[in-house]
Design a protein around this ligand. Structure first.
Ligand SMILES: Cc1cc2nc3c(=O)[nH]c(=O)nc-3n(C[C@H](O)[C@H](O)[C@H](O)COP(=O)(O)OP(=O)(O)OC[C@H]3O[C@@H](n4cnc5c(N)ncnc54)[C@H](O)[C@@H]3O)c2cc1C
Ligand SMILES: NC(=O)c1ccc[n+]([C@@H]2O[C@H](COP(=O)([O-])OP(=O)(O)OC[C@H]3O[C@@H](n4cnc5c(N)ncnc54)[C@H](OP(=O)(O)O)[C@@H]3O)[C@@H](O)[C@H]2O)c1
Length: 426
């Protein structure tokens, strides 16, 4: 097999084990956020990438969550179980192969079996304490002349375990609210239920890789791949918790020590214009700046004449001005034609990137008319939708279009036909 063919075999199932060489916080002191610049060494992997691609990262569960789960469930950590990694100890399986940091719906739904059967166990115990078991009949509450269940069990109040499980199973909103802040340890404690390790592994989700937009150009950083990662941290029910991969990168991985599995996730669509004289507008608030750092590095490396306009924003200029030095030097050297910021919390009213886009609407429209590409990266749920709406408003106001025509221009002409409105949102 040729070397190249072998090298392209790295994948989610067969990741390259890379070392992280840098993992520093980009925020200034006093920030509410923790966003890190993370650099992976591609070593002799032969892995290559282009700007716009994403990196897949495989992570592990926190040691303390694994320990507490084993302790709460009363399992034997050295028990051998069968997983996608083969025959491994239960401890290893819980560390590397399953998502144990958030409970899934399948597990909560399985409680109905457990809670009913533990109700049965309570009944049996009550009966046994009522009367001596009949020889040969076993602890069967229906056997002999045992009292009826209704005589033994208190009536079921609305919040008893059976009622709660029924509510969770039948009310999707209650289910979402319940699982949002809980992991398996919370649920085992809440319902006082027992699961064997095999039952648990059958229900838990397999650990999935996370994708990150690449924040570097390979031409500018040969042999390395760099990311901008927003660390997800929160606290619920008296315990600090967080996102699986981001907390792993921030807290558990040791720089130049730990092996971290990675693979490339190439994009076909989120690419720079082939013609380097084409102008581009990039909108990347928060971690959305990642691919645009890469785009800038590549455009500088390629040396084309196309202009670059970057919209960036986050909470505060003092604490979230990521890559400030690079941005200022791109501006000084004329590589960045224009840089527009939206610091949302530096004044009483919120200022977001879409407000800045609309303020500059006339010039954005001119750029569109001259064939500029428009890129957006970052939050999918709110920001990307609001920016999309702002583009339609700009087409109406500055292109003199009706709402219908403006929507057609943005969504069909620019996005689908000309493929110059491109998104990397998550
Ligand atoms: C193509 C692509 C590119 C991406 N690029 C980047 C990037 O450049 N930088 C970046 O940082 N991310 C990026 N992401 C997101 C990234 O893949 C992960 O989703 C993110 O880092 C969270 O992963 P995690 O494992 O740490 O969190 P997970 O364990 O997956 O948990 C995240 C979930 O936690 C939940 N959550 C959040 N806050 C709370 C709370 N207070 N209470 C309870 N639950 C909460 C939310 O449901 C959230 O979905 C990208 C995603 C995609 C698909
Ligand atoms: N899947 C995950 O778990 C995960 C992990 C990390 C990030 N993310 C997502 O990725 C996004 C990026 O996170 P981030 O920390 O880099 O940045 P972010 O939370 O998107 O914040 C960046 C800037 O966008 C602003 N903003 C908030 N709502 C907006 C809107 N509707 N339109 C435009 N701007 C808006 C923020 O302002 P204010 O904060 O002042 O409102 C802030 O100034 C997050 O929104 C999050 O949903 C997801």
């Amino acid at each position: 097999m040729s070397e190249n063919k072998e090298k392209s075999a790295w994948s989610a199932k067969n990741p390259y084990m890379s070392k992280i060489t840098e993992c520093y916080v980009l925020n200034g002191e006093g920030s509410r956020k923790e966003t890190r610049h993370v650099v992976f060494d591609l070593g002799d992997s032969g892995l290559d990438y282009k700007v716009g691609d994403a990196l897949g990262v495989l992570s592990e569960n926190p040691e303390e969550t694994v320990n507490l789960l084993i302790e709460t469930a009363g399992w034997d950590e050295s028990q051998i179980v069968s997983t996608r990694s083969g025959e491994v100890t239960l401890r290893e399986a819980l560390k590397k192969d399953f998502e144990i940091h958030r409970v899934n719906k399948k597990f909560v739904n399985s409680l109905s079996e457990k809670v009913t059967s533990s109700g049965m166990r309570i009944t049996v115990k009550l009966i046994e304490s009522y009367r001596e078991p009949v020889a040969g009949s076993g602890p069967n509450w229906m056997g002999g002349d045992a009292p009826l269940q209704s005589e033994l069990l208190p009536s079921i109040p609305g919040d008893d375990p059976v009622g709660r499980v029924d509510t969770l199973a039948s009310d999707p909103k209650a289910m979402e609210d319940y699982i949002w802040s809980r992991d398996y340890i919370d649920v085992l404690r809440d319902f006082d239920v027992n699961y064997s390790a095999e039952e648990f592994l059958e229900l838990a989700d397999k650990l999935k890789p996370r994708l990150y937009s690449i924040a570097s150009s390979h031409d500018a950083h040969p042999g390395f791949v760099e990311l901008t990662v927003g660390i997800v941290r929160y606290s619920h029910h008296g315990r600090d918790r967080g996102g699986l991969c981001t907390v792993y990168l921030a807290d558990e991985v040791e720089v130049n020590e730990t092996d971290v599995g990675v693979f490339m996730s190439p994009t076909k669509s989120f690419v720079l214009p082939a013609d380097t004289s084409t102008d581009i507008i990039m909108v990347g608030p928060g971690t959305g700046i990642a691919p645009f750092r890469a785009f800038m590095e590549q455009r500088i490396y390629d040396g084309g004449s196309g202009k670059n306009w970057l919209f960036f924003g986050d909470q505060s200029e003092k604490t979230e001005f990521y890559y400030k030095e690079s941005i200022e030097s791109w501006l000084d050297e004329g590589h960045l034609y224009e840089f527009t910021t939206a610091w949302s919390r530096d004044q009483a009213e919120k200022i977001y990137v879409q407000h800045r886009l609309k303020e500059h609407g006339a010039r954005i429209w001119e750029w569109f008319e001259r064939g500029a590409y428009f890129y957006i990266c970052g939050d999918k749920t709110y920001m990307a939708k609001d920016v999309h709406r702002a583009l339609i408003d700009i087409a109406k106001e500055h292109g003199g279009m009706s709402d219908e025509d403006a929507t057609y221009f943005i969504e069909k002409t620019m996005m689908k036909e000309e493929k110059r409105y491109l998104r990397d949102v998550y």
